[in-house]
Design a protein around this ligand. Structure first.
Ligand code: ZN
Length: 205
């Protein structure tokens, strides 16, 4: 791509670092910004920078939050002894949209994936095991996507907490195989949480 301006080229290069944004799309977005009032770009840049520098992760569930303890963890009406284990904030949003879950979450920050060099210690697994050890947990619900990495992660955590005699369950399978939770429709996802099955029986299938 030949650019008539170094400034334009820099902007396109930075924009195209984002996932799913190729050079052509980046160019289209940048040219769009040039047509808009300068204030639009300023608002965008400020919002991004503010988000990046000020965002926090809940000290208990590791969900993205504006405060130390997120709104879900600090809500007295939530059932704090039921913990739904998810990969990232998108899953929390998807499950919250169903209004079918009254417990709290634990956000791992990914899945175990040796291919991508992600091991158990790269994820927030230890803090989950600690919660179980402290005896504050009655049930763990695994709600990772039904991929090999999701299954591996579920099983790894299951082995760590097995001896503490808590209920472990998994959201019903067959609805989002290979898909991310965020793509499951709300009714199906809500139902699969309500009708969750014992984790042990998911292992036999
Ligand atoms: Zn939290």
């Amino acid at each position: 791509m030949e650019f008539s301006s170094k400034l334009l080229e820099n902007a396109v290069n930075e924009m195209s670092q984002l996932p799913g944004i190729g050079k052509r799309t980046a160019l289209r977005l940048v040219l769009h910004m040039l047509k808009q009032p300068e204030s639009r770009t300023q608002l965008l840049a400020t919002a991004l920078l503010k988000m990046r520098t000020e965002v926090k992760f809940c000290k208990s569930c590791h969900n993205i939050s504006d405060v130390e303890l997120c709104e879900i963890c600090s809500n007295k009406n939530r059932v704090s002894h039921t913990i739904c284990v998810v990969e990232d904030v998108r899953d929390v949003m998807a499950i919250e949209n169903t209004s079918s879950f009254k417990g709290i979450y634990h956000v791992l920050g990914g899945k175990i994936s040796p291919m991508d060099g992600i091991g158990p210690h790269d994820l927030k697994i230890e803090s989950l095991v600690q919660k179980v050890k402290q005896g504050d947990v009655k049930e763990i619900i695994f709600a990772l996507s039904s991929t090999m990495e999701g299954d591996t992660t579920n099983f790894y955590i299951y082995k760590q907490i097995q001896e503490y005699n808590i209920v472990t369950s998994t959201i019903a399978r067959g609805i989002s195989v290979g898909d991310e939770l965020e793509y499951a429709d709300e009714i199906t996802l809500g139902r699969s949480i309500v009708n969750r099955i014992p984790f042990e029986s998911s292992l036999k299938s």
